[in-house]
Design a protein around this ligand. Structure first.
Ligand code: CDT
Length: 310
């Protein structure tokens, strides 16, 4: 059986604060239509794909932020995306802000299969930023205020002829994210990101260095776990704040094989052969043969660095 999956990374350009979910879904549908015209089997949308990146706004009363969240998925506004996917047999991954019936808030992504069913859900584990207002920052990044850390771990799912995983934005910077999925045989990891072009705390860090970090972690995650990685940005100027683009598809050798060229809504595609994961999984990264877990205890017993005494 051929396991070539034509994958689209559907980058979003900026979404302004006033832009309605309905208007955003029209944009996402346009990308989905382009993906269909290009023969895609699977489309990866970005993190918090339905709204502006609202964690940049400080709100003392956090309940006031609830309008940014979805309490159902799908819901009538988002349904057209599910309907289109089902009608044309295209799977997709979509990031959104989730409010549960118990009142919990997560930064979430769902994986929808080509029959339009949600087959996977992931809740962002590594929440960057801070909880309170921090005037020393050039802008705020309040994910720790508005979300709880994900409670689902890093599951993978057998669907679309492969083993699929998801993570979200800051998760890509942590090798543990990819390794936990690698240990479940993951073949394709999908992620969306909203990453400021510059550093709010370090004025002399260049946009090029930050783009290097962006790609470095996805390329190393792909290579070290012998899997495809699809990283989809929300890019451009939201409300005066620049988000980087650089959406890409990375092969299991860690090479970027498709890359966006703009900071707007833009689709890139690639035929990802899931069988290409096998060689590295069976040789250099044959985990069963080569990993030395007797030396990895600190990874799971210690959070912060503990340098030796001076
Ligand atoms: N959305 C997200 O996770 N963004 C972070 C930027 C953090 S800056 C405080 C990222 O790692 O790209």
């Amino acid at each position: 059986m051929n396991r070539i999956l034509r994958v689209g990374a559907a980058q979003s350009g900026p979404i302004q604060k006033e832009e309605s979910r309905k208007a955003v879904v029209v944009r996402l549908l346009e990308l989905m239509k382009e993906a269909r015209a290009n023969g895609c089997d699977l489309v990866v949308f970005t993190e918090l794909a339905l709204t502006t990146f609202f964690p940049r706004y400080f709100e003392k009363n956090r309940a006031q932020m609830d309008p940014w969240f979805e309490s159902e998925m799908p819901n009538p506004t988002i349904q057209p995306l599910f309907d289109y996917a089902r009608k044309h047999g295209i799977g997709f991954a979509l990031g959104y802000a989730e409010k549960t019936t118990a009142g919990q808030h997560f930064n979430t992504s769902v994986l929808v299969d080509p029959s339009g069913d949600i087959v996977g859900k992931y809740r962002k584990v590594h929440l960057p930023g801070h909880f309170g207002y921090e005037p020393k920052r050039r802008w705020q990044h309040l994910e720790k205020r508005y979300f709880e850390p994900g409670d689902l771990g890093f599951p993978v799912w057998r669907t679309m002829n492969g083993i699929m995983g998801m993570c979200i934005c800051n998760d890509r910077r942590w090798p543990e994210t990819f390794r936990v999925m690698g240990l479940q045989g993951v073949e394709l990891v999908m992620l969306g990101y909203n990453t400021p072009t510059l550093n709010s705390m370090k004025e002399d860090e260049s946009a090029a260095t930050r783009m290097h970090h962006n790609h470095l972690c996805m390329q190393s995650g792909a290579y070290q776990n012998a899997c495809w990685v699809v990283g989809t940005a929300k890019a451009g100027n939201e409300d005066g704040f620049e988000l980087m683009a650089g959406s890409c598809i990375v092969n299991p050798d860690g090479e970027i094989v498709a890359l966006t060229q703009t900071t707007q809504d833009e689709l890139i595609t690639f035929d990802c052969d899931l069988d290409e994961c096998a060689f590295l999984k069976q040789t250099t990264f044959d985990f069963a043969a080569h990993r030395r877990i007797e030396h990895y205890g600190r990874i799971c017993s210690q959070t912060g660095a503990e340098p030796p005494a001076e």
